[in-house]
Design a protein around this ligand. Structure first.
Ligand SMILES: Nc1nc2c(ncn2[C@@H]2O[C@H](COP(=O)(O)OP(=O)(O)OP(=O)(O)O)[C@@H](O)[C@H]2O)c(=O)[nH]1
Ligand SMILES: [Mg+2]
Length: 585
């Protein structure tokens, strides 16, 4: 009956409610009330009155922000085939779950490597049969099995929330929360939470809040806070609201006459959104001014300064590579989305010219559109860069997936095709590839994409052995640039050491197919550009080659631009009297 009542409410409303006790979710030590506001480490019991300054959207973030006690997630991974694809997606899901942690003073409480894998289950994938359930995504068998697992493990493992590595609708998410008695995060929700936890600068915080806001817009809930006051968030007694619910319409100066509850909530979201957009617009404007002044006079001798944006899948090694190239120390970590705040670092290229390397946020498959839109100001650095360097983790099993994800996002944010074609690919982490190759003896292995899978090649045994699989239990029902510091932080590296670097530019052939032998297991496709370099950012391999290639490409690019302008600068300028006379003659 409860379920039927909830279904009637429509997918837009979210109920934080323990179905057994008719109270909000049981207080887990790690679960924090949403009413603490974004980014603040205030008391979880802060009353709405205490946080009024945060605006109406105090309830954006679901889980603990206590750096010493990060939330513990149960990962529910829908089964994928082939097994190798499942392995890589599961491994990514586990990393995502472990990455949700807020640093304190820039440091995390524990080493990422020291964290064990979070509890996880592989369940039947309703999407693979093209029929995910409209109400709960999974079939009733899977839903029950996860519930049993949670009940059985509750005493031993303190699970704060369930992470479903799929994209759920609002109603599916809410119904699963009711069924499992735990908050549920889908892939989009978790990625947004991670961005919020890792954001440090004002720019990143504003943008990640906007992304969370856009995500939550379709998942509203009204709760009765302390003192019986109606507010937002999971703390307090959950109130079921309908489009014509018991509204606060007409009450108080904040409410418009005759507004329904839902309208009121939407209006508040809209107001906050407008405020955030205005602040982000300021950020964009400042960035644009900084960019153009850098471009015009940023070089060593006040000449033009080029920017090279380093892009790639999250965890590919972008920050490590930028640090190694510029001999600086950017934060790098196995946590996914370790970099949310863009940074700029300067390098001296072999020809002696100075360039800026821009380290930015990594991409991921199914990157929430809300994030792409909200991070417009940051991603503009990539769009406006003179050249792109695409870092790939050549040891990743689903490398082709990573590459196409990055290409898609680049197109999505408006990078020109010309720039994409001109991009340099860096096959990073070659030390791991070589290690794996020599230890596994799989030199000739070719990774197949899902479409290329041959029947029988991949079996059920491909599922990692340590994970729990619920399939057998199913009942068949569902067979650097820190904005605040501005770009003053740019570290110059005009050391004599760098100057001593070979000034010779590499010949074109150096980086053709012959110069760079096939990386083991590297799937060769039509995307592979001719310019690629093998590197190991940690071992310092291939760095000089990469700098030389950047140098050569920039010189080529400049020559093309000069040739297209001809000997004269054909930029538009108001015609002078002399010009007009010349034209008449
Ligand atoms: N073995 C090996 N590890 C590397 C290499 N480059 C980076 N790493 C490691 O890979 C992990 C991720 O590196 P980051 O530089 O943070 O990767 P990123 O692409 O900046 O990641 P995000 O900022 O999260 O998008 C770190 O633990 C690095 O030490 C490499 O060449 N070889
Ligand atoms: Mg990084």
């Amino acid at each position: 009956m409860l379920r039927a009542a909830i279904s009637r409410l429509g997918s837009r409303l979210r109920l934080y409610h323990d179905p057994r006790t008719h109270h909000p979710f049981p207080a887990s030590p790690r679960l924090r009330a949403l009413s603490t506001g974004r980014g603040k480490r205030s008391s979880p019991t802060a009353s709405p009155a205490e946080t009024d300054d945060d605006g109406p959207l105090r309830g954006l973030f679901t889980l603990s922000r206590d750096p010493e006690c990060p939330p513990r997630l149960l990962v529910v991974q829908p089964r994928l085939r082939p097994g190798s694809l499942l392995d890589s997606k599961l491994s990514e899901a586990l990393n995502l779950a472990n990455s949700l942690e807020e640093p304190r003073d820039g440091f995390y409480h524990a080493e990422f490597g020291a964290k064990g894998a979070p509890p996880h289950l592989v369940v039947q994938n309703p999407a693979s049969r093209g029929r995910s359930y409209a109400d709960t995504y999974f079939g009733p068998g899977t839903v029950d099995n996860v519930k049993c697992y949670l009940r059985a493990s509750e005493s031993e493992e303190d699970v704060d929330a369930v992470f479903v590595n799929a994209i759920l609708s609002g109603i599916q998410q809410r119904n699963l929360e009711v069924a499992w008695g735990k908050p549920v995060l889908d892939r989009v929700g978790l990625i947004i939470e991670i961005f919020n936890a890792h954001a440090e600068t004002k720019e990143a915080k504003l943008q990640s809040e906007l992304a969370a806001l856009m995500y939550m817009k379709t998942r509203l809930v009204r709760v009765r806070g302390p003192g019986g006051r109606l507010t937002f968030g999971p703390s307090g007694e959950a109130e079921v609201v309908s489009a014509r619910g018991r509204g606060s319409g007409g009450r108080g100066s904040m409410s418009g006459a005759g507004e329904t509850e839902l309208q009121l909530q939407r209006r508040r979201i809209q107001e906050r959104r407008v405020k955030l957009l205005a602040q982000i617009e300021d950020v964009r404007r400042t960035r644009a001014i900084q960019r153009s002044s850098r471009k015009r006079h940023g070089g060593s001798f006040g000449q033009e300064l080029v920017t090279v944006a380093v892009v790639g899948y999250t965890n590919a090694g972008k920050s490590t590579l930028v640090s190694a190239l510029s001999e600086t120390d950017l934060y790098s970590d196995d946590r996914l989305f370790a970099t949310v705040d863009p940074r700029l670092r300067s390098v001296i290229l072999p020809s002696g010219r100075k360039a800026l390397l821009s380290d930015t946020v990594g991409f991921i498959s199914d990157l929430p559109i809300q994030l792409v839109e909200a991070f417009h100001a940051t991603l503009e650095e990539v769009v406006e860069a003179d050249m792109l360097v695409h870092v790939l983790d050549s040891s990743a099993p689903n490398l082709e997936d990573h590459r196409s994800t990055v290409l898609q996002v680049l197109q999505q944010i408006g990078v020109s095709q010309e720039k994409i074609n001109n991009m340099i690919e860096v096959w990073n982490k070659t030390d791991l590839v070589d290690e794996n190759a020599s230890s596994d003896g799989v030199e000739d292995e070719i990774f197949l994409t899902e479409g290329e899978e041959e029947d029988g090649i991949f079996s059920e045994e491909d599922v990692p052995s340590e994970q729990s699989s619920l399939d057998s239990l199913d009942d068949g029902a569902d067979s650097e640039e820190n904005f605040e510091d501005s770009n003053d932080e740019i570290s110059s590296k005009e050391s004599s050491e760098m100057k001593a670097m070979s000034p010779e530019l590499p010949s074109k052939e150096c980086f053709g197919e012959l110069r760079v032998p096939d990386v083991v297991g590297y799937p060769l496709t039509q995307h592979v550009p001719t310019c690629h370099v093998k590197t190991s950012a940690v071992a310092g391999i291939g760095l000089q080659e990469l700098l030389a290639l950047i140098d050569r490409k920039l010189t080529e690019q400049q020559n093309i631009v000069q040739r297209s302008y001809g000997p004269f600068d054909r930029k538009w300028r108001p015609s002078s009297v002399d010009d007009e006379k010349a034209a008449e003659q």
